[in-house]
Ligand binder design. Structure first.
Ligand code: FEO
Length: 394
């Protein structure tokens, strides 16, 4: 556990989890993550904002004694997911006088998921305030980033906002304050792609709210603290924006190189037209890199070999992931190769239908692409070019 004084009477009490290789059993982590909890010592009351991932509960609870914190009056739960709320039951044992403070939706989750007794929960409403004496907490209910139970806690006197998952990053650090770097930006973007991108519209609303409040410090519950809030708010404004970049994503799986040759050819043709592309080997490349590219891509062309009578399962998995992450892409199609027959694109087309993409005629080839197939790829590249031009991207 790391304790660090952030400002007078604001303590960081967090943990770098260097060994965590994957989050939500979905996207690999580059270098683990951090779980941040905060302690606010008011002149009359002490509040803890978010707690700890259950794996580290013992260490977390012990750290209060080690750091001389003998009294906790309020445990603020900004979100019910257990990487932040998981240590609440142990906290209530350690500090029996403490009350959990949260919104109604999160209260329901804490009762269901952690069996927190109703009598130990104080339910607050949007904009409600809680006095700690010389410090005041104000609760800003912010459903949808990324659960329906989320809220932010504003420490009024310091104009500092505790945003839990929102504006966070799976990132470990020695100094708790963010130092802008390519590495931090990549971590925050990957985190945004997996956790926040499906809720981009809601993200835009809260970015504006925090900008309008002119907050001076952003303290998320994963990743470093932002003393320069515009750094992360501006990045979110871009990532959550409606307009993609002049970028075509080419995720592919190819058993005998026929599909890969078509993907390579298409990438070259796009390059000749001034369009960037990102080729992603679905089997060998890091899924996190594809997630990052999904934040920016305007077009997605999926390449797949046929396995038995349908798409390769890895391609199917990628299409499903892309469909639930709800990227800002506007255009899509498929390229594939088969040996003896089947339906290569039918199910994948159904899967992306809810995204309401502009679908270009797919290209299906038996074995290797021939002259007429390369002509189809030329036409696909031209069609993408025209559509990107209409969108003002080239
Ligand atoms: Fe970091 Fe939604 O939990």
């Amino acid at each position: 556990m790391t304790y660090k004084k952030i400002k007078e009477d604001i303590l960081y009490a967090g943990m770098n989890d260097k060994d965590r290789l994957i989050f939500d059993e979905l996207i690999p982590l580059d270098n683990g993550t951090s779980y941040n909890s905060y302690i606010i010592k008011g002149s009359e009351k002490t509040a803890v904002i978010d707690t700890m991932y259950p794996k580290f509960t013992q260490e977390y609870i012990k750290s209060f004694d080690e750091n001389g914190i003998t009294k906790v009056d309020y445990i603020i739960a900004n979100h019910g997911e257990q990487d932040h709320s998981g240590s609440i039951p142990a906290m209530l044992e350690k500090f029996p006088e403490a009350i959990v403070v949260t919104n109604a939706v999160c209260a329901g989750n804490l009762k269901e998921m952690l069996l927190v007794p109703e009598s130990k929960i104080k339910v607050i409403t949007n904009n409600e305030e809680l006095s700690l004496g010389n410090k005041t907490l104000k609760f800003l209910i912010a459903p949808g980033v990324h659960w329906p139970d989320t809220m932010f806690t504003l420490l009024k006197e310091d104009n500092a906002v505790f945003t839990c998952d929102f504006l966070g990053a799976h990132y470990i650090f020695d100094d708790v304050f963010a130092v802008p770097s390519k590495e931090l930006e990549k971590s925050a973007k990957k985190y945004f792609a997996e956790i926040m991108m499906p809720f981009s519209l809601v993200c835009r609303k809260y970015v504006k709210q925090l900008k309008d409040l002119n907050v001076e410090m952003i303290l998320p519950s994963h990743g470093p603290i932002h003393k320069n809030p515009s750094y992360i708010l501006d990045l979110y404004e871009d990532w959550a924006g409606e307009k993609g970049k002049n970028l075509v994503l080419l995720p592919y799986v190819s058993m005998y190189q026929s599909t890969k040759e078509m993907i390579d050819y298409l990438a070259e043709k796009l390059k000749e037209k001034g369009i960037n592309s990102y080729k992603h080997d679905i089997v060998d490349d890091n899924l996190g890199d594809l997630a990052i590219a999904l934040v920016d891509g305007t077009t997605i062309i999926i390449g797949t070999s046929m396995v038995l009578a349908g798409p390769h399962p890895a391609a199917y998995n990628t299409v499903y992931l892309a469909s639930i992450l709800r990227p800002k892409a506007k255009i899509a199609s498929f390229i594939g190769s088969y040996g003896w027959g089947g339906n290569l694109f039918g199910k994948m087309s159904e899967m992306i239908a809810p995204l309401k993409l502009d679908v270009i005629e797919p290209i299906l080839v038996k074995g290797k692409a021939k002259k007429e197939d390369y002509e189809k790829l030329d036409r696909m590249a031209e069609e993408i070019y025209i559509k990107h031009k209409v969108l003002g991207l080239v």
